[in-house]
Write a protein that binds this ligand. Structure first.
Ligand SMILES: Cc1ncc(C[n+]2csc(CCOP(=O)(O)OP(=O)(O)O)c2C)c(N)n1
Ligand SMILES: [Mg+2]
Length: 370
């Protein structure tokens, strides 16, 4: 389906042997398969919980795009910051967040990664260097540039060493049309900031196809090149391809201390959010992409290479099901945040820079000013 040449296939369309495609160890491949199965199961159960009204607010499902979060995360170091948009459960799990914290966040419980106050779109995990989860389209792009700048400044100016960090900043194809993205690319280029803008190009911004909404839709990396960024086009349905290609992108950005832009071709198998009837695309198109499932791709490649059999695959899937089921039970058992939490984690100072010490004070002052 993708317009990018598929490195997993020979010119005749056959599958290239695994050993020719990657230097990843069998353990690494198995771990990527496990992560993708975990994300898939997590998302299936998330949809159920949403329909059962256990999850409220906006909720965007990552099914179909698993190879992107897993392959990109594997291609960088754990100390490299990651920031993303609202379709963020996959990134959180791939970065190492325990699914129970991710699920409890969506359930609005205190055990969630943001104490249940952020919800589906705001997965944060400071210990694992994941800086959100952002709901405003494109808002994370200046943040990505800022994170990369901060790391470089810390490493070089404050610590007096050579910076070895890169930052992964994920964005959807819809964010290509946001002005803030161009400002971020411009500054990153001017200041030699090693941020990699990874466009998860699933072809749609809500119900608007990229062709309808974005100029240069068939070569979006030109937008980055206009600011002096190296541009890459990568097949996004195969975790091995994503990993191998992204490793080179990250190594180059690290060595040159320069920003880059990646067009990662992928597809979301479900609707934009939980309330999307998907009238803007055909079932035929969906089926074509679904037949290119990233989990099936890796599974079959591992079967062929003799690294996995059906029984082991089933056992791996079953273990992830159990893991997610336990996470749901844990989330349900976690209490709702107490009322006092309403006022915390909003400003650096406990109640903000401008008013007294309690909520009634704020209301009173606001009323007085009317
Ligand atoms: C500034 C802004 N404008 C509009 C919206 C409403 N909105 C939410 S998601 C979305 C589509 C974004 O699509 P894309 O960036 O391709 O990400 P995807 O959903 O495909 O992952 C829009 C327009 C928003 N959240 N923020
Ligand atoms: Mg999109």
């Amino acid at each position: 389906m993708s317009s990018v040449t598929d490195p997993a296939r020979t010119a005749a369309g056959g599958r290239r042997p695994l050993a020719d495609r990657t230097s990843a160890t069998p353990e690494q491949l198995l771990e990527w398969l496990r992560q993708m199965l975990l994300i898939r199961e997590f998302e299936v159960r998330t949809m159920q919980a949403y329909q059962d009204k256990k999850i409220g607010g906006f909720c965007h499902i990552y099914i179909g795009q698993e190879a992107v979060a897993v392959g990109c995360t594997a291609a960088v170091r754990q100390a490299d910051p990651i920031v993303t948009a609202y379709r963020d459960h996959g990134h959180a799990l791939a970065r190492g967040m325990h699914p129970k914290y991710c699920m409890a966040e969506m359930f609005g419980r205190i055990g969630g990664c943001a104490k249940g106050k952020g919800g589906s779109m705001h997965m944060f995990d400071k210990p694992n260097n994941l800086f959100g989860g952002h709901g405003i389209v494109g808002a994370q792009t200046p943040l990505g540039a800022g994170l990369a700048f901060a790391k470089k400044y810390q490493d070089e100016v404050i610590d007096g060493g050579t910076s070895e960090h890169v930052t992964l900043c994920f964005l959807g194809d819809g964010a290509l049309n946001q002005g803030a993205f161009y400002e971020a690319m411009n500054l990153a280029s001017l200041f030699d900031v090693p941020v990699i803008f990874v466009v998860e190009n699933n072809g749609y911004s809500m119900g608007t196809s990229i062709e309808r909404g974005t100029s240069m839709a068939n070569r979006i990396i030109a937008k980055g090149e206009g600011c002096g960024l190296r541009g890459y086009e990568i097949e996004g349905m195969d975790v091995i391809d994503v990993y191998e290609a992204m490793k080179k992108v990250a190594d180059t950005a690290r060595a040159e201390s320069r920003p880059a832009m990646v067009d990662l071709k992928t597809y979301r198998f479900k609707g934009h959010s939980m309330s999307d009837p998907r009238k803007y695309r055909t079932r035929h198109e969906e089926e074509q992409w679904e037949s290119d499932d990233p989990i099936t791709r890796l599974r079959d490649a591992m079967y062929e290479a003799g690294l996995l059999d059906e029984a082991a695959f089933k056992a791996l899937g079953k273990a992830q099901k159990l893991h997610v089921r336990e996470s749901i039970a844990w989330a349900e058992a976690s209490p709702e945040p107490p009322m006092e939490e309403l006022h915390t984690d909003v400003y650096v100072e406990r109640f903000g820079p401008y008013l007294g010490t309690s909520m009634p004070q704020i209301v009173t002052d606001a009323e007085e000013n009317r």
